[in-house]
Design a protein around this ligand. Structure first.
Ligand SMILES: Nc1ncnc2c1ncn2[C@@H]1O[C@H](COP(=O)(O)OP(=O)(O)OP(=O)(O)O)[C@@H](O)[C@H]1O
Length: 729
């Protein structure tokens, strides 16, 4: 790229030079100054690109906690470099002593032993340096991964509308590995810098002045040439890494959605596309191979010729008695060492820049602003409008306050969970009434498309509202706002007396049992999936300081950690667990499974049938014992038989709970006491079921018509209902 840019820069300078030449009537002086400014611009570009000051500041932020280790490694580096640099001089000295008749053999042996001591000292210092650096690297990687994952987990939902999963995974794995290796690059670069600078000094000191002047030219030429060439090699290598990361992201997406690919017979298509991406990576890798090989070729040739040059010159000088054989040997070693040092500095500089780039990408996410989820958990407190007596016992509190069950917390072997039972007791109970007041909403990723346009709804405590509407009318969006996954653009939502936006989002989510249209399970056993509904949530009740703590201690156990919900299964929780398994009819099919409740459900639960998956999801929602339920087409994947089973269970589960049922099914209307019809983000009709069905609005008539065509009509009311006349919205 630089090569493509350079001619244009040169042309530009050429143009301006011609102009000035014309103005001044030409002249060598202006030509020279133009050449100089062009060279300066080139050098500026060479040194400044990709090294923003912010990256260095970010780098310091990352390195700061490891100061003691880094200082130790730095001290070890000076010792090992000094030993390495002293070695050729000592060897040369020993060689010269052998030829000196005035020196005894014992003295020579002592000098040789001193040489050996220096070697061992250098080796020990190198061991310490590498050990300190490697542990610092691992600690930095641990800290960055912890911080990055925490940051991603707590991001607002819209963050995930604009970032791909593969990209985030890449940050957590690849970029952090590259970023933390920055220390090795820096240490390697520093060691080589010391070697080359001190080595050059020693060469100047040892070599006669005539030799120095003939050596300087080739050294300077090699250094500048190699520097420019190093940047060129690095650019190619960065492009290759980026192309490979893209390629892997695409592959990951396709493998995790293999069923969709398979349904469309997309295997060949995907293999072909993947191959195209791989070919592109290979073309860059080929370029990289030429460039890297070229670098070795240049250094090999230059190094060899340079040594030959040195040997030839020193040979003549030895014959003239101007320099000793020992000094020549030391000089040759220093020249090799210094040459290698310069090469090392250049390659470390390139890798350092690459690591800085990775640091920048990682810090981009870590520096995202804090969200509400980063704050300590604060449930709403204060007087409720319809006061309920404050619980006098843990059992009473458990009956009133939905989750977490105080008894479960009190039973827990975990001290911090036991403490949080007090938090649960302090939470003032409330009437689970849901109110939407003139709610408008646009998704942040599509601010111009208004999805909800002034929605007003009131769901009295303990009642059930069915939300109907055509596809895209905003039904699921309504649920997402209720769960505080997105804030409304304007208007307010209330849970009992609490304005949703004034409440801790974790508290809001704890009030709902949710089953979604597309039931997703984790790659765990059936038991762990159901218990996830309760156990995961307990974690935000406990002291969260360990989540923020960046302190690293020696791990107490070397055993691979396992997700095991058994350890939290208190007698109280076990009873609740058995109850919801029966209620959601999970117990029915689990009996037929080879490992019963320990059956592994596969990635995203794909080793279960749609109906089984949905029943596990219902059990997972019910185990939270929430005051409100939110079913978004919760029974969509069930056949008629399972649906009836689950409906019986749901009927039971819904008793005394406020429920929002988003549905396309006539059968779900059986449960509803109220119906709301959404049309293009507006409430077209809302009221008691009987009233609404007696006078359905045109949208509802159309929907009911479609429903009775797609689902066997099951409700007497709706079957006999005669559509229109038009109703008031
Ligand atoms: N994350 C998102 N980012 C941007 N737009 C979105 C997002 N999710 C949904 N939308 C848009 O919001 C509108 C309403 O979608 P929503 O999912 O609420 O409809 P719905 O009534 O639930 O439809 P369906 O019955 O088909 O599930 C649609 O136009 C959709 O494209």
């Amino acid at each position: 790229m630089r090569q493509a840019e350079r001619p244009s820069a040169a042309q530009q300078t050429e143009g301006s030079a011609d102009k000035r030449k014309d103005e001044k009537g030409g002249g060598r002086k202006s030509d020279e100054s133009d050449d100089r400014s062009e060279a300066m611009a080139f050098l500026r570009e060479l040194f400044s690109r990709d090294s923003p000051r912010t990256s260095l500041r970010e780098l310091w932020k990352i390195l700061k906690p490891e100061r003691p280790r880094l200082l130790g490694a730095l001290a070890a580096l000076f010792v090992s470099s000094s030993a390495t640099l002293a070695f050729p001089r000592l060897i040369g000295h020993v060689m010269d002593l052998f030829g000196d008749p005035a020196v005894g053999l014992q003295f020579v042996t002592d000098q040789a032993l001193l040489c050996g001591g220096v070697v061992i000292l250098g080796a020990i210092a190198s061991f310490i340096r590498i050990f300190l650096l490697e542990t610092a690297i691992e600690r930095i990687a641990l800290r960055l991964r912890h911080e990055l994952f925490g940051k991603v987990m707590r991001q607002d939902t819209h963050f995930f509308d604009t970032h791909r999963t593969g990209e985030l995974i890449n940050r957590i794995s690849g970029d952090i590995t590259i970023a933390s290796r920055i220390l090795i690059e820096a240490s390697f670069g520093l060691r080589n810098l010391i070697t080359s600078v001190v080595g050059t000094g020693i060469i100047f000191y040892l070599a006669p002045s005539h030799l120095v002047t003939t050596l300087l030219g080739p050294v300077a030429f090699t250094f500048l040439g190699a520097f420019a060439y190093g940047r060129y090699v690095r650019d190619i290598s960065v492009r290759k890494q980026d192309a490979l990361a893209d390629c892997i992201q695409t592959a990951e997406e396709k493998i995790s959605n293999i069923r969709t690919v398979r349904i469309f017979n997309g295997e060949a298509h995907e293999i072909r596309n993947f191959r195209k991406n791989l070919d592109y990576v290979y073309s860059l890798a080929l370029k990289n191979a030429y460039a890297t090989g070229g670098r070795v070729f240049i250094f090999y040739t230059m190094g060899g010729l340079f040594l030959l040059h040195l040997t030839y010159l020193s040979g003549t000088m030895i014959s003239q008695g101007l320099i000793t054989l020992g000094d020549t040997t030391s000089l040759a070693m220093y020249c090799l060492m210094t040459g290698g040092g310069y090469q090392g500095v250049l390659s470390a500089y390139g890798d350092f820049q690459k690591a800085l780039g990775a640091c920048h990408k990682v810090m981009d996410i870590i520096n995202q602003p804090q969200t509400e989820l980063s704050q300590p958990y604060t449930p709403p407190r204060g007087p409720a409008p319809t006061p309920t007596p404050r619980p006098s016992s843990a059992r009473e509190a458990e009956q009133q306050a939905p989750f977490p069950s105080v008894e479960v917390l009190r039973d827990s072997p975990d001290m911090s969970l036991r403490d949080s039972a007090d938090v649960a007791l302090e939470t003032v109970p409330y009437e689970p009434r849901i109110r939407f007041e003139d709610v408008c909403f646009s998704y942040p990723s599509r601010p111009d498309q208004q999805v909800l346009k002034g929605v007003t709804l009131d769901i009295p405590p303990g009642s059930r509202l069915a939300v109907l509407g055509e596809s895209g009318s905003g039904k699921s969006t309504l649920a997402q706002i209720l769960l505080r996954l997105y804030p409304p653009t304007s208007g307010k939502v209330f849970l009992g007396p609490h304005s949703l936006m004034d409440c801790d989002p974790r508290w809001v989510r704890a009030q709902f049992g949710v089953v979604n249209q597309d039931p997703i399970l984790f790659a765990l056993s059936i038991r762990d999936n159901v218990l996830y509904g309760k156990l995961a949530e307990m974690d935000y009740m406990r002291d969260q300081s360990d989540l923020e703590s960046m302190r690293i201690e020696r791990p107490r156990s070397k055993r691979k950690p396992q997700y095991d919900s058994h350890e939290h299964l208190t007698p109280q929780l076990r009873t609740e667990f058995d109850k919801v398994l029966r209620a959601a009819h999970v117990a029915d099919f689990v009996e037929q499974m080879p490992d019963k409740l320990d059956t592994f459900v596969g990635e995203r639960g794909q080793a279960l049938s749609g109906g089984q998956k949905q029943r596990v999801c219902i059990a997972r929602a019910l185990i939270r014992d929430p005051p409100m339920l939110l079913f978004d087409e919760a029974t969509s994947a069930l056949d008629n038989k399972s649906e009836k089973l689950v409906h019986t269970a749901l009927e039971e589960a819904m008793k005394g709970r406020t429920c929002l049922l988003i549905t396309h099914r006539l059968s779900t209307l059986d449960f509803a006491e109220y119906i709301a019809v959404l049309s293009d983000g507006e409430v077209a009709q809302f009221g008691a079921k009987a009233d609404v069905l007696r006078r359905p609005c045109p949208e509802l008539s159309r929907i009911l018509n479609q429903m009775s065509h797609t689902t066997p009509a099951e409700t007497a009311d709706t079957k006999t209902e005669t559509p229109p006349p038009p109703a008031a919205g």
